[in-house]
Structure formats: structure tokens, C-alpha cells
Write a protein that binds this ligand. Structure first.
Ligand code: 5MM
Length: 338
């Protein structure tokens, strides 16, 4: 328990969030292809180096979720990435799900069978927290009760196994943004999903004070007409969380899920300026919304390394400000932030 308590203390820090840099080889290839770079062991290492060695990353980021491959790769200075993070007081974490599998036209998450053994290996590599993602797709007939209950049960089993091995589990139920659904539909689905997740965690006897929730925001579908504005997203997200998440949960760290970097920052900031008391630490665990500008600035070229690192740090700074309600839209046009 002492181990879990310490990890929560190190991850849940005012003004800081968790960086998701756990793109699998397939997803990393997609990201690199978007800037015309071929995905190889070496280009993926170079890209991880860019992000993880960005100057003063530790001012805004308390932990980083890594992909297994990255555990064994080294920075340009020859230091294993988990060790590099440890040296700058950033907690290394690990994505432990093995991706998605189909079940009756919907998706479940793979990786429970040998999870305990894998966690022991990941512990030796220096990681202290884990992440497991379940996805829910919104359509006329989905998500089904079958998928909601199955994903909830698997997330709870995963969390329990993590605790048995001294890892803080990040529980990530992602209601996908794809589709033309309204924000109300997203609210209803998110509420149902979160209720099922916390019921399953309770049933499994998981100690809520040692987990972190990584949910999607309550938001209109990406293809919806008249998408809800920033105010409505923030209000509905907070309402949904208050209706479903126990107060003893230490931290909620949102995923960005296909929002633009600016949207993801503005939504988080608004939640902190509604004038409502939030019983948990409320922060970010973005992948794309933190990394996209850096990826675009880099383009796989050494000479762009510094500019790209600055683009990443800028986004990290803006999101750090959003976690305390101090972000302003005008900052997007300022060259120097703060
Ligand atoms: C939903 O994806 C997670 C958060 O990322 P965004 O902020 O971009 O939505 C992210 O941690 C994701 O789980 C990882 O990038 C791993 O994804 P893949 O598809 O490689 O398993």
C-alpha cells in the first residue's frame, strides 16, 4: 500500500498532468506517416527522444505512459528512457493492454491472461503505474449492455491485478468521438459506462483511492452539426462525473480523443472556471493534443528538433495553466507563454 500511496503522491501534483506517449507500433506508424516519415525502430526512438527530453518537461508533466518498446530504447545521450524520466522526477508508466479484439461487431480489450507476469517484467524496467483502455462506439445500437458490462469487468480485473503487483492503474474508458451524435447522447452513454465501471471496481474490491480515471469528455460527435460549445462540454462533463465518480478517487486525467489541441485545453480550463467545487484533482493525460504541434514542427528533421520540443513544451504549459483555470484563448497567439 505504501508503494501505491507514494505513486499517487508523485503523479497527482497541482499544475501537472500525465503525458500519454504509449502509441503502439501501428499507431506510431500512422502518426509518423502524417509527417512523411517512415516508421522504424530508429525513427520511433528519435521521436520519443524529442518528446521525453524536451527541456523542463518535468515542470508540467508528473508521469509518462510508455509503450513497451520504449522501455528498452535510449535517449540521444545513451540513457534508457525510464531511467531518464526517473532522473528528472517524472514517473514512468506502461500501457499494459494488448489492443482491441472484436466481439459481436463491437470491441473488447486484450491482455488480461498474462498480465501479472508482464507487470513483474515492467516493474524491473522501472515503471510504477499502468494503463488499460476500453473503447465504446456510439451508434443506434451501441454500445450494447454486453460490451458495457464486459469492459467494466475487465477494467476492474486489470485494476485489481495492478494493485496486487504494486502498480497504480489508470482506468481508461473511452467513449469515442466518431459519429454525428449529440452531446446529450454522449452524456447518457458516458453516464452508463462510468456507472458500470465503478460498480465493477467495487464488486472486485479495488481500492478507489489508489486508481486514476482517464475518461473522455462529454462532447458532441465529431461529425455532428451544431456541436456543443466549450461551456456546455465543461458543464456536462462535470455533471456526468459528479453523478458517477466517487469522491475518494484522487485524480481524473482526461484523454483528448481527437479534439484539437486548443479544444482540449479550453475544455479542461473551463471545468476549472465554472465556479463549481471539484472533489478530485482534474487534469490531463493527452497524447495527440499534447504532441500534434511537435510532430508537425519536427517533420523527421534533426534541424527542427529544438523548435519541435518548444512546440511540445508550449502545449504542456498551456494545459498546465488549464488545470488551474489560468489559460486564456489569447495565449494561443502569444509567442512566449507566461
Ligand atoms: C485514447 O488514446 C489515449 C489518449 O490519447 P489521445 O489524448 O490522443 O486521445 C492514448 O493513451 C492511447 O491509448 C495511446 O496513444 C495508445 O494508442 P494505441 O492505439 O496505439 O493503442
Amino acid at each position: 500500500m505504501q508503494e501505491l500511496k507514494q505513486t499517487i503522491k508523485d503523479l497527482v501534483v497541482v499544475g501537472k498532468g500525465i503525458l500519454a506517449a504509449d502509441e503502439s507500433v501501428k499507431t506510431a506508424a500512422k502518426r509518423l506517416a502524417s509527417i512523411g516519415v517512415e516508421s522504424t525502430d530508429e525513427t520511433r526512438r528519435q521521436y520519443r527522444n524529442l518528446i521525453l527530453t524536451a527541456p523542463e518537461i518535468e515542470k508540467y508533466i508528473s508521469g509518462v505512459i510508455l509503450f513497451e518498446e520504449t522501455l528498452h530504447q535510449k535517449s540521444n545521450d545513451g540513457v534508457l528512457f525510464p531511467e531518464h524520466l526517473r532522473r528528472i522526477w517524472v514517473v514512468p508508466g506502461i500501457k499494459v493492454d494488448n489492443g482491441l479484439a472484436e466481439l459481436n461487431g463491437e470491441q473488447i480489450t486484450k491482455g488480461l491472461d498474462d498480465l501479472g507476469e508482464r507487470l513483474e517484467v515492467f516493474k524491473k524496467a522501472g515503471t510504477r503505474f499502468a494503463k488499460w483502455r476500453a473503447v465504446y462506439s456510439i451508434s443506434e445500437n451501441t454500445p450494447s449492455d454486453l460490451i458495457i458490462n464486459r469492459n467494466a469487468a475487465d477494467l476492474a480485473k486489470y485494476a485489481k491485478i495492478c494493485h496486487q503487483h504494486g502498480f497504480v492503474p489508470i482506468v481508461e474508458p473511452e467513449v469515442l468521438i466518431d459519429g454525428a451524435h449529440s452531446i446529450e447522447t454522449c452524456y447518457n452513454v458516458s453516464e452508463k459506462v462510468l456507472k458500470a465501471v465503478f460498480n465493477a471496481l467495487k464488486k472486485e474490491g479495488v481500492k478507489i483511492e489508489y486508481i486514476i480515471l482517464k475518461p473522455s469528455m462529454v462532447i458532441s460527435g465529431k461529425q455532428a452539426i451544431n456541436r456543443a460549445n466549450v461551456d456546455e462540454v465543461a458543464k456536462k462533463t462535470v455533471k456526468c462525473l459528479k453523478a458517477t465518480v466517487p469522491e475518494e478517487l484522487p485524480s481524473i486525467n482526461f484523454l483528448s480523443g481527437g479534439q484539437t489541441p486548443q479544444e482540449a485545453t479550453a475544455h479542461l480550463n473551463k471545468m476549472h472556471t465554472l465556479g463549481e467545487k471539484l472533489p478530485w484533482h482534474v487534469s490531463f493525460s493527452y497524447a495527440r493534443a499534447l504532441q500534434e504541434p511537435a510532430l508537425e514542427a519536427w517533420k523527421g528533421k534533426d534541424e527542427n528538433l529544438h523548435t519541435a520540443q518548444m512546440a511540445f513544451i508550449r502545449r504542456a504549459k498551456l494545459n498546465s495553466l488549464a488545470t488551474i483555470g489560468k489559460y486564456r484563448e489569447e495565449m494561443e497567439n502569444e509567442i512566449e507563454v507566461m
